[in-house]
Design a protein around this ligand. Structure first.
Ligand code: F0G
Length: 416
């Protein structure tokens, strides 16, 4: 069952635009109240880890199917089961007790989108759709294209020309999506798609689709599972269209309500300064509706000026006591190099999480004795141009052994 987040109107099925038929606001899937006791659930989820390869039970999403909308016929690419890295050096540099990174870029198409896409595409196929569609800053389109191909369905991608990283664009084409670029921004692509949806039967898989949110919330469940069911004090997530922060927050709130964790971590959202509509709305005292901005950031994944899920995100900030911070382009650049320097790597939008955590530590919002988990949302190989454009000087031209040895003697490691 779906419930509108604004008017509370309930619906058994999703409309084509995924919005409430009464007030046009977003809906969310309601997790039924009954459920197994926490110990029994944890045991069942643990047992599923040992399922044979290819079994849906082994998916890091479907392993937690008790928290998901029921689905008989799953479209899966073995998503989830992503690493949670401990970062002790970085924690001591930042001056907190513990810092971890949940790397959702280690999903099959290299971003967190896969965890939501497996749920949405499974539902689309069950409902008999032949076309899936999204507007995207790149990762949603790569993920949709892959899951559509896996399901034997067609997919339509709308992306802003010149504003998405080339790895992502190549993926959409490789997986066989009908890939269209437009001379507009992400928000313009969303508007164009809204019109297309009224003309032809398309299944919309942007994060306004509540099934996406349900799948993405399992990253929170998996993270807590990996921490032995001891919740961290903070979870820090980069925000663009604000679907993922809404999803992680929903997951945490549900775990807490079901007694699977005994305290609720604070969920904080990090926006780029040039794409900061939520931060502005909060700073401005939450007056009226969020005002869109013309977004500009080199972290193209989060270059979004009119985030669809802002109300959901604001609610999870309130429910968990989290904060919203903005970070500059140079702070993102530095954080990206630091994560690279840990041997982990991520795309620029993900690095915003570290840049934001640093600010939250400096302001005292994250305490010195606390533990924080960063959500790294995309793989380092998604956007290699970002690094090459900024760190070209670190690429040395050498003619032979003499120069190589000299370089080794004078080089003191990466800049950060
Ligand atoms: N990080 C990455 C790598 C992303 O691709 C996105 C969003 C976000 C963070 C922000 O997540 O939108 O749920 O707040 N990418 C979308 C896309 C918009 O089309 O791929 P969000």
């Amino acid at each position: 069952m779906f419930r509108c987040i604004e008017c509370g109107g309930e619906a058994a099925e999703l409309a084509g635009d995924c919005r409430c038929v009464g007030c046009r606001d977003l809906q969310e899937w309601i997790l039924p109240a009954e459920g197994a006791n926490p110990a029994a659930l944890r045991e069942r989820w643990q047992a599923r880890r040992a399922a044979p390869a290819g079994d849906d039970d082994r998916s890091g999403v479907w392993r937690f199917r008790e928290l998901l909308p029921p689905c008989a016929d799953v479209v899966s690419l073995s998503e989830g089961n992503t690493p949670l890295y401990d970062l002790p050096r970085m924690a001591s540099r930042l001056g907190i007790a513990r810092l971890l990174a949940k790397h959702q870029g280690m999903n099959p198409t290299g971003s967190f989108k896969d965890t939501g896409m497996t749920v949405a595409v499974s539902q689309a196929r069950a409902a008999g759709f032949t076309w899936l569609a999204c507007a995207s800053t790149g990762n949603t389109s790569a993920s949709m294209a892959a899951y559509a191909a896996r399901a034997g369905l067609r997919s339509l991608v709308l992306v802003p020309r010149g504003q998405i990283a080339c790895g992502k664009l190549a993926q959409a084409i490789d997986y066989g999506a009908l890939t269209c670029q437009m001379d507009t921004d992400f928000d313009g692509c969303v508007r164009a798609l809204a019109e297309v949806v009224t003309r032809v039967p398309l299944y919309l898989v942007n994060s306004v689709n509540p099934f996406r949110i349900e799948g993405q919330k399992t990253a929170a469940v998996e993270m807590i599972d990996q921490m032995g069911w001891r919740a961290p004090d903070h979870v820090v997530v980069p925000g663009g269209n604000l679907g993922n922060s809404s999803a992680i927050g929903k997951g945490l709130v549900e775990l807490h309500a079901r007694g699977l964790i005994d305290r609720l971590p604070k969920l904080s959202v990090v926006q780029a300064e040039g794409a900061n509509p939520l931060a502005r709305w909060l700073r401005g005292g939450r007056q009226g509706d969020l005002e869109s901005v013309v977004a500009k950031t080199a972290a193209t994944a989060i270059q979004i000026g009119n985030p669809a899920s802002w109300k959901k995100a604001a609610r999870v900030l309130d429910a968990t006591g989290g904060a919203c911070v903005e970070v500059s382009e140079s702070e993102i650049e530095r954080a990206k190099a630091e994560i690279g320097g840990e041997g982990i790597g991520c795309e620029p939008a993900s690095a915003a999480a570290l840049a934001g955590a640093r600010k939250l530590i400096a302001s005292g919002f994250i305490g010195r004795e606390e533990a924080a988990v960063l959500l790294l949302t995309g793989h380092v190989l998604k956007d290699p141009e970002y690094t090459l454009q900024r760190r070209e000087g670190e690429l040395l031209d050498v003619a032979g052994a003499d120069a190589i040895v000299r370089a080794m003697e004078t080089n003191h490691g990466p800049r950060f």
